[in-house]
Ligand binder design. Structure first.
Ligand SMILES: C[S@@+](CC[C@H](N)C(=O)[O-])C[C@H]1O[C@@H](n2cnc3c(N)ncnc32)[C@H](O)[C@@H]1O
Length: 211
């Protein structure tokens, strides 16, 4: 059960680039300690009240993408999954072979092209080096439609070891997103899974109109 696992310290210190090779090796070696085994309840709860089932949804750095299964069950029809690791993508293509609602893409989020109404964040932001956080915000903004938003979870804690995962706090995240997104919510998550209780914030970031 996820409750028994140390899901925060997923991969240990590394001095190598966090590129396709790095991530694929994690997948090949089944070093996926971040994987909670099901969709995060906070994301499920948010999406259960999200009215537009036609929304184009992006989950980047999706891993096993349990959220995508939950979204299908809720009736969402346009879900795109992006992961840089070929092994992860192979698993997803097998798992979702009978789900036309789900489009699985092998690729780098930072080079991905498309147009989405909603981006779901779940332990992808913490997987990228902190120096790329502004790139993440800019790329998310580029990929989102005018009223688009990012929703999901960000860690609100530090990690002893060098990441990934890379921790942080709202006071660091806000200046990153502020130029591009209106920060509607970045508050303590009240329905985190037990091992992440009091260690993550739920975010709702609305793309700004004018920038
Ligand atoms: C910490 S895991 C999280 C996976 C999943 N979101 C979850 O919560 O179980 C990070 C994932 O992002 C993928 N990834 C890392 N860098 C990426 C990039 N630049 N573009 C797309 N995917 C990336 C990795 O292969 C890995 O599956």
């Amino acid at each position: 059960m996820a409750e028994d696992k140390d899901i925060t310290c997923c991969v240990k210190a590394c001095d190598q680039p966090l590129d396709k090779t790095y991530w694929n090796t994690q997948w090949e070696n089944e070093q996926i300690g971040w994987d909670i085994g099901y969709a995060a309840p906070a994301i499920v709860a948010y999406m259960q009240q999200y009215p537009n089932k036609e929304a184009r949804i992006l989950i980047a750095g999706c891993g096993n993408a349990y959220e995508a299964e939950a979204l299908c069950d809720m009736g969402f029809k346009h879900i795109t999954l992006v992961d840089i690791a070929p092994k992860a993508v192979l698993l997803l293509q097998e798992k979702f072979a009978d789900k036309p609602e789900i489009n699985v893409v092998l690729g780098d989020f930072f080079e991905h092209e498309g147009q989405y109404d909603l981006m779901i964040e779940q332990t992808f932001f913490c997987a990228i080096p902190p120096g790329k956080r502004t790139d993440y915000a800019q790329q998310a903004r580029k990929l989102l439609s005018d009223k688009g938003k990012i929703i999901g979870l960000l860690f609100d804690r530090r990690f002893e070891q060098q990441g990934p995962p890379f921790g942080g706090c709202p006071c660091e995240y806000k200046p990153v997103f502020n130029p591009y997104f209106e920060i509607k919510t970045m508050d303590l998550c009240t329905n985190s899974i037990k091992p992440r209780e009091h260690q993550e914030v739920f975010i709702i970031l609305n793309k700004k109109d004018n920038e």
